[in-house]
Design a protein around this ligand. Structure first.
Ligand code: HEM
Length: 393
């Protein structure tokens, strides 16, 4: 399969995916390791794959398709609930659902606002230029997830670097294995300390439970730490880069009533989990005009599903390839769908709403300091993003 975002428009899916979507909603494709799989690009088909129990997310299944070659043993040896099926998935997810409920996250909004304000104060103090990734997009979600998990923020350079290696599609397997081991050992040690001296945080609450093994606690900690900062950081940076020269759209963020819908539209159009979600069929399934046989791998492509004209198009709006903060995008699939739908979505939404509205309100003159063609996108990662975003105000 092509490397996502090799297209002319860095924000959109590569032409190969768009062409596949135009041909049929489910087509044959080849993975980076040479294995064949099905590529689902249609909205309905992607939703079906993600919510139908005949498609498994268990990475230990011998035919599970891996987006990155050589990861089978590594992922199978360190399963997180992201790559397990029910009932194992439900048992582990249940341990942390309470911490990410909409009501719980709503109570965190003042704390998130303070993190955002402090980051902007630090970024702008005595300066009129910055790298928005290093000084804002990455610190905000990293600090928030550290507070929730009870991970010392002082360790951020270590866990941010290790996460990046884990998600990279060009790191050597030995490097990825070493990063995975180091991150797991780090969380195992942290959990052991918190079991002795529990505090008011998620790792402490998991560590004191007797129905979880230390390995399960560490795996859940790794999943939350990695998913909790890298995704939202890239969404903040990409959203800023997308909107920065578009005053008509920025004006919409000034209206608090429009901010939640605006964030859904940014989630839709950016679809940062842009390598697709892997699954394997456990029974024969007829879908999108093809027969997917039991034991065949399937990649559900969120970025093309999120550009379906019939769902997101309509008169009075910009084309679906373009951002339109007034569009009703609530049916987007950027957080996935079904039992594995993103656990952290209330948190991600709150962070994005607060970060973007505050950024454009406080810095109305925000502009790029390099030509748009020179922006450095993170194309080597399972999560699309930006390496840096040089701005001035
Ligand atoms: C804008 C940011 C985010 C995006 C685009 C995103 C996207 C996704 C997607 C597409 C899935 C489904 C994966 C699948 O079905 O295979 C997922 C699952 C997950 N996400 Fe997020 N996510 C974001 C933020 C977060 C945050 C802040 C957390 C916080 C801890 C988080 C934690 C998780 C977890 C734990 C899962 C696994 C859920 C399960 O398997 O039951 N995510 N995310």
């Amino acid at each position: 399969m092509p490397s996502p975002h090799s297209s002319r428009c860095p924000f959109g899916p590569p032409p190969e995916y768009t062409e596949a979507a135009a041909t049929a909603p489910v087509t044959r494709a080849r993975m980076a390791d040479g294995e064949s799989c099905w590529l689902a690009t249609g909205y309905t088909e992607v939703r079906t794959i993600l919510s139908d129990h005949r498609f498994s997310a268990d990475a230990r299944h011998p035919a599970f398709p891996f987006l990155l070659p050589g990861r089978r043993e590594l992922v199978a040896a360190n399963p997180t609930f992201l790559r397990l099926d029910d009932p194992e998935h439900a048992r582990l997810r249940r341990m942390v659902t309470g911490d990410f409920l909409v009501k719980r996250v709503a109570a965190l909004r003042p704390d998130i606002q303070k993190v955002v304000d402090d980051a902007l104060d630090a970024m702008t103090e005595g300066r009129s230029e910055a790298d928005l990734v290093a000084d804002f997009a990455l610190p905000v979600p990293s600090l928030v997830i550290c507070l929730l998990l009870g991970v010392p923020y002082g360790d951020r350079a270590r866990f941010q670097g290790l996460s990046r290696v884990l998600l990279s599609n060009n790191a050597a397997l030995e490097e990825v294995t070493a990063a995975s081991d180091e991150l797991r050992d780090y969380l195992t040690e942290l959990a052991a300390t918190k079991r002795e001296h529990p505090e008011d945080d998620i790792i402490s609450r998991l560590a004191v439970r007797d129905d979880l093994t230390p390995r399960e606690v560490a795996a859940t900690g790794v999943l939350l730490l990695v998913a909790g900062h890298e995704t939202t950081a890239n969404m903040i940076a990409l959203s800023t880069a997308l909107l920065i020269d578009d005053p008509e759209q920025i004006a919409k963020l000034a209206d608090p009533a429009m901010v939640p819908g605006a964030v859904e539209e940014l989630m839709r159009v950016l679809s940062i989990i842009d390598n697709g979600l892997p699954r394997v069929a456990t029974e024969d399934v007829e879908l999108g005009g093809v027969l997917i046989r039991a034991g065949e791998g399937v990649i559900a492509m969120l970025s093309t599903a999120n550009r379906d004209e019939t769902v997101f198009g309509g008169p009075g709006h910009r084309p679906v390839d373009e951002v339109d903060l007034g569009r009703d995008s609530r049916r987007h699939l950027a957080f996935g769908f079904g039992v594995h739908q993103c656990l952290g979505q209330p948190l991600a939404r709150a962070e994005l709403q607060i970060a973007l509205a505050t950024l454009f309100r406080r810095l109305p003159g925000l502009r790029l300091t390099v030509p748009r063609e020179e922006l450095a996108f993170r194309t080597e990662s399972l999560i699309f993003g930006m390496r840096s975003l040089p701005v001035a105000w």
